[in-house]
Structures are given as C-alpha cells and as structure tokens.
Design a protein around this ligand. Structure first.
Ligand code: NAD
Ligand code: TYD
Length: 353
C-alpha cells in the first residue's frame, strides 16, 4: 500500500513528502509534470532509504494515472498538483484551466474507477484529499468576518476560479458517487522550496541581489500567512481523521498587510545578513503598478479544524518568517539554480521523454 502525491516536486508537495517520511509514513508515489515550479532536487535531501518513487507525468494522463493507482495499490491520493501563481493566471489562464480543472477531473475519474474496484473495507478506508486555497472565497472588506467553510465561493482571478471549479468537482464526486473526499482551503504559505515568484521568496531574493522590492498598489492588501510545515501537519491530520465529504479551512491567524510583511522580512535580513553599507533593506522597497482585480483581504476562520481535529499552527508569524529567511540564506545555491535556467537545462537532460 502507498499514497499518491500529485505535485510533490513543487513547494508545498515537496515539504509534505519530507515531513511524511520524517513522521514515519508509508511509501509515496510522487506524480509531477515538472513545470517551471516543479523541481526534483527539492527531494534530494530525502534519506536514501525513504520509499519514494518519482514519476514524471501529467495528472491528466488517464493511462498513466490508472496504472499507478493499480500497480502501487494506492490507498489515498493527496492532490497538490496545480498551476498556482495568480499573476501567471492573469497573463495566461489556459494552463490553469487545463491542469486545475481538466487535470483534476481526469484524476478524479481514474480515482473513482480504482476506488470502485476495491473491496468494501478498502473502499471505506480510501481517501482523496484535495488541497485548495482560501482564494476561492473571494475578497473581504476590512470589517468582514473571516472565511468559514460555508462562505460562498466568489473567486476573482483565473487562478482562484480554476481552483474553485476543482473544489466543486471534488464535492460532486462525493455527493454523486460516494468517493471519500476531503478538501482543505489554506491561506498563503511560506517556507523552504517556494519558487521566487511569490511575495516572500521574491522579496528575500531581490533584497540580497540589491534589486527593488516590488509592492503592488498601496501595499495594504491583507493576507493570512502560514508556515508551510504547519500546512503539511494540517493536511496529515485531515487525512488521518477528517470526515469524508467535509471541507476544512487552514490558516495561521496571522493577517498582515503586504507592506508590513515586506518590512518584517527586511528586519530579519537586516539582523541576519546586514547590507555592507549599513542601510536597511527597506530602502529597496518600490511601489509598482497594482495587480488587475487584486483581492483586498483574505482571512481564515480555522476554528473547525481546531475543534474537530485538534490542529493548530506550531509557528507564529514571527517565528515562521525567521525560519523562512534563514532557509533562503542557507540555500542560496538553490535560489540561484531555479532562477538561472540551469535547473531547466538539468530537467531537460534528466527527464527527457
Ligand atoms: P507549486 O506551483 O509550487 O507546485 C505545483 C506542482 O505541481 C509543481 O511541482 C508542478 O510541476 C506540478 N504540476 C503542475 N501541473 C501539473 C500536472 N498537470 N500534472 C502533474 N503535476 C503538475 O504550488 P504550491 O504552492 O506547492 O501549491 C500546491 C497546492 O496547494 C496547489 O494546489 C495550490 O493551489 C495549493 N495552495 C497553495 C498555497 C500557497 O500559498 N502556495 C496556499 C493554499 C493552497
Ligand atoms: P503572492 O505571493 O503572489 O500570493 P497570492 O497572490 O496568491 O496571495 O502575493 C501575495 C501578496 O503580495 C498579494 O497581495 C500580491 C502581493 N505581491 C506584491 O505586492 N509584490 C510582488 O512582487 C508579489 C509577487 C506579490
């Protein structure tokens, strides 16, 4: 028996696999297409004995997915694979529709066929865990209550619309076919192995490179931030104890305006790696044109997962960003590689079809 992790070479998926084995988890089959965001070297630090099988492929490939489910006697699927960057979805939405909607649909179809062929005990123990985002709920006003699991879906970007569509498909497969699904909607993650196009790794990278730190619009957009290790522990808890058909919101209880986040990162960098001229990194902040349709505020009500499953984040905002900044300071070669194209060349050689 094994679990199938999709998108396990990406940011959250690779952290999940590291933590899964650190917690003594069973074998993992990791299916990843290795888009620009997927990097097999994120898994290079796994112990040699870890039962990890990497498969280079697409979740939309029915034959491949069906074969993996059968050959590895998959008992649970943790579905991370997605196109995940809002700005990219604004410039080119098509890949988001293909992977997040069509890909999730094909994956669900294969999983349903596999699940229907299991015996009664295996069918009831089986789980399909869909990893989603708080962005499907849309944007909050300053005085609005945080998103709960019953908040209406009102996605505003092609990315969040495609994720909302996938959430609906997952829900429908439970109601229509009885597939034992679980859905998690999590806030903004940060931590090791995040591609430096998202706010935190981009700011750290640009700060160290002496480049401007771009703040969209007025920088007062609010996000809730969670250290990725806490997201992984929540996913694991939901997998173990979540009730099939249920949705669980996951959040850090750390709402911050973007400008405050960037200042906090600069403060850690000033302490850990001060600029040689003695000037603070915040001097590199540059206000730039706003993102079209930019959501103003996200906030998560995570009381359900705490009440029902006893999960809470271990990190505070401050302790989490310290860990994140330190990781990037100690892994500058990783950042250089993923930003230089050297990594793409390596993927092309090692994973040639
Ligand atoms: P990421 O972009 O870093 O990684 C995505 C991974 O999926 C990559 O390894 C990529 O190669 C792979 N992939 C893409 N298309 C694929 C396909 N068709 N078939 C197989 N693999 C494919 O994303 P992430 O930040 O790790 O996010 C993982 C999941 O968590 C996503 O579903 C995202 O919507 C969700 N999520 C992310 C955040 C966040 O802050 N990053 C917050 C909440 C939820
Ligand atoms: P991002 O990390 O792209 O995550 P998401 O859009 O999924 O929340 O962005 C986080 C916030 O930071 C979002 O409000 C957009 C803003 N942002 C900037 O101000 N500058 C940047 O260079 C980036 C990448 C994001």
């Amino acid at each position: 028996m094994a679990i199938l992790v999709t998108g396990g070479a990406g940011f959250i998926g690779s952290n999940f696999i590291h933590e899964w084995f650190a917690g003594g988890g069973e074998p993992v089959v990791n299916l990843d297409k290795l888009t620009y965001a997927g990097n097999p070297r994120n898994l290079a630090g796994l112990p040699a004995s870890a039962p990890h099988t990497f498969v280079h492929g697409d979740i939309a490939d029915r034959e491949l997915v069906s074969a993996l489910l059968r050959q590895h006697a998959i008992r649970a699927v943790i579905h991370f694979a997605a196109e995940s960057h809002v700005d990219r979805s604004i410039h080119g939405p098509e890949d988001f529709i293909q992977t997040n909607i069509v890909g999730t649909f094909r994956l669900l179809e294969c999983v349903r066929a596999h699940w229907e062929g299991l015996d009664a005990a295996a069918r009831s123990a089986f789980r399909f865990l869909h990893v989603s985002t708080d962005e499907i709920y849309g944007s909050l006003g300053p005085a609005d209550a945080p998103f709960s699991e019953t908040t209406r879906h009102q996605p505003n970007s092609p990315y969040s619309a495609s994720k909302a569509a996938s959430d609906h498909l997952v829900r429908a497969y439970h109601h229509t076919y009885g597939l034992p699904v679980l859905t998690t909607n999590c806030s903004n993650n940060h931590g090791p192995f995040q591609f430096p196009e998202k706010l935190m790794p981009l700011v750290i990278h640009n700060a160290l490179a002496g480049k401007p730190l771009p703040i969209y619009g007025d920088g007062r957009q609010v996000r809730d931030w969670l250290y990725v290790g806490d997201h992984c522990s929540a996913v694991r808890r939901v997998l173990e104890s979540g009730r099939p058909g249920e949705v669980y919101n996951i959040g850090g209880g750390s709402e911050r305006p973007n400008l405050e986040v960037v200042h906090a990162l600069c403060a850690v960098l000033d302490r850990e790696r001060p600029r040689t001229d003695g000037i603070g990194y915040a001097s590199q902040i540059a206000f730039v044109k706003d993102r079209p349709g930019h959501d103003r505020r996200y906030a998560i009500d995570a009381r359900k997962i705490e009440r029902e499953l006893g999960w809470r984040p271990a990190e505070t905002f401050e302790s989490g960003i310290e860990r994140t900044v330190r990781w990037y300071l100690h892994n500058e070669a990783w950042v250089r590689e993923v930003t230089s194209g050297e990594y793409r060349a390596w993927v092309a050689t090692h994973y040639a079809p």
